[in-house]
Design a binder for this molecule. Structure first.
Ligand code: C5P
Length: 234
């Protein structure tokens, strides 16, 4: 278990992202760069944050035909990021294309597959996506597909870590968003837990966005999330 907190830096500009990170003087948090800032600013933001010594999870959730994913992931492989991801719903063949792109370009980035977004309820999955299995069974099957394709782990809710580890083994990484402090509101997230519960459930990494970025004191909130995640105590 790596027990690291990854901060989801969901800002709309490069300036705001860098300004936010400047508050951290004594630690270099693992940073998640998502679609908003990447699409708005391009790869330069990744290079800058990397230069400052942060590890980066580039969360672009690729989902397209295997050939397109291969070429897109080949581009990302050259950015020297530490973690990247695809949607498991893109099929085993698509995930294999992502794996091959990283390997062909000598990238050591951890490759994750998104199982079901933590904003998706079981009801929406049944009624809109027409998936009749339970959330737990669906996530377990997607995780197994990801493992067969050569992914290193999955993005899932902490509530699904146990089943993923049971099906894919304890070394298969689980990166879990949907984290809130006990006192926070859930926002648009549905399948949420606290950092302490994520520890108890066996998550390897937690992704925390608004509970840190929108906190009055983000550095304190980051330290609190880290402490709770590492000790399993609120
Ligand atoms: O602000 P909050 O803590 O909800 O942010 C969670 C982050 O994790 C967001 O950047 C979101 O895109 C990402 N994420 C997620 N659920 C997934 C995969 C990624 O919430 N299954």
């Amino acid at each position: 278990m790596s027990n690291e907190v990854i901060i989801a830096c969901d800002f709309n500009s490069q300036e705001k992202t860098l300004e936010f990170l400047q508050q951290f003087k004594d630690e270099k948090p693992y940073v998640k760069i998502g679609m908003e800032v990447f699409y708005g600013n391009g790869p330069e933001i990744v290079r800058q944050i990397k230069q400052q010594g942060h590890q980066i999870f580039l969360d672009l959730k690729l989902h397209d035909i295997p050939n397109t994913v291969y070429h897109a992931m080949s581009m990302l492989a050259q950015l020297d990021v530490d973690m990247v991801n695809v949607h498991a719903a893109g099929t085993i063949e698509m995930m294999k294309a992502a794996r091959k792109a990283l390997d062909d370009h000598g990238s050591k980035a951890i490759l994750l597959a998104v199982t079901q977004l933590t904003s998706t309820t079981e009801e929406a999955m049944h009624e809109e996506l027409l998936i009749s299995k339970s959330m737990q069974e669906t996530v377990a099957q997607y995780a197994l597909n990801a493992k067969m394709a050569g992914c290193d782990g999955v993005v899932c809710s902490p509530l699904e870590v146990e089943i993923v580890k049971k099906v894919c083994g304890k070394d298969f990484q689980t990166v879990t968003p949907g984290i809130r402090f006990a006192t926070d509101s859930k926002g648009d997230q549905k399948r949420v837990t606290t950092p302490a519960i994520a520890h108890q459930l066996g998550s390897d990494y937690i992704v925390v966005g608004r509970s840190i970025t929108k906190a009055e004191n983000p550095v304190e909130a980051y330290r609190l999330a880290t402490k709770q995640f590492q000790t399993g105590e609120e």
